[in-house]
Design a protein around this ligand. Sequence first.
Ligand code: UDP
Length: 457
Amino acid sequence: MDLHIFFLPFVAPGHTIPMVDLARIFAARGAKSTVVATLGNLPLIRPILDLTIPFPSAESGLPDSFDNLLAFPTPDVMPQISAAIELLQLPFVDLIRQHRPRCVISDVHFPWARDVLGVPRFAFHGTGCFPHVVLGAALISFRSAHSVASRDDEPFVVPGLPHHVELTRSRLPDFLISPNESLIRMGEGLGKTDGMVMNSFYDLEPDYIDLLKRSGSMKVWHVGPVLVCNRDIKHKAVRSGAASVGYDDILNWLDGKKAGSVIYVCFGSIGRFTVAQLQEIALGLENSEHPFIWVVRYDGDLSELLPAGFGERKKGMVINGWAPQLLILNHASVGGFVTHCGWNSLLEGASAGVPMITWPLFAEQFVNEKLIVDVLRIGIAIGADKCCSRTEERAVVAAEEVRKAVENLMGGGEEADGRRERAREIGEKAKRAAEEGGSSYSEVSSLIEHLRTLKMN
Ligand code: UDP
């Protein structure tokens, strides 16, 4: 009998893109994969479009046809998004009734998916084991009688970890310190799933994968980096939907640059900055010795905020909108990545074997930074110190800091060479993990085996 799996991604690119890859991986291994999505998310799903359900925008107080976080310039819409997610349950249950899949792999943001007509549910976490374990350990220490730090900016060592991981409360996400109701529900939903599917590979975070698996709280499979299913240029180019600049133009530009000389700068799908910060980034990149590709998300006329003559000097390529990130990172001319440390970007940089400048903004990104900088030692931190989605609340990083970090990362010397070599090795290991016989390949086999033995209630 067919192994039919329903995949239910959350409505943000950082969640939908890897879920689509995951569905493709299972399809390539003989399963029937169905991705369930709302209409506005189709561009991210284009190669394997399956079932759509209407997004309840009006019912949840959102503008019509805005059904992805990408559409919103501020984080203030989360309550409405959460309300809409609740309302998606009924149409989803209808689809389950019609198609009777063997199981559902859903994003952790759908707590109700744990109990849909008795169909087993596996949670796709979207992040790796390191942030999961570190945030869990930080939470326990907050709740203990000997509270870890009295001030928000006071460093504390997260207890009980295989590595020395130092954080401050200001670098931790709100959802850890004061979780709202929908996050509490999400946590409860996670506790009742049939297992957790992680987008990670063993050599990236062996200690943390072992810790999570041994904790015994639930079954865990690490099946990543799922991005490796995009093997050829075309798949890499279209993987995350239409880019704002034609990919031929980008490739031609990159082809004209020396191997490893270009720094790629992108802050994920929803990372935004104040005008003052954008100006500092522009100046810092221009003042560095290295050509750059800078992905900006700015709604106004970008030329008005860039330094005079910025475009004419042609030191870099600016993409205002959306870039084919996977394609760019895997071009031989790219030798470094300034990243906000979203889990997908971390995996994409690590798999491409490039060292990184870490510039976390919100969510668990400051924890991911620790994995890049302190554990894997393939990056340097720009020095951001406040975890928050509101652009105006973050301290501005000066142009000179940006320039220095780029020179440091891309330059020569023992430290920079060591970092580059370690990054290259991680990239090799990422590719091997997904090949037949590799750790993630075997985990997919084991998960398929497990799914085949499952019975529906
Ligand atoms: N991405 C892209 N082009 C862009 C910006 C982002 O392809 O211009 C992709 C990126 O490759 C990654 C995802 O969007 O797969 C962003 O996920 P991540 O976890 O890095 O960050 P988030 O957007 O969730 O903060």
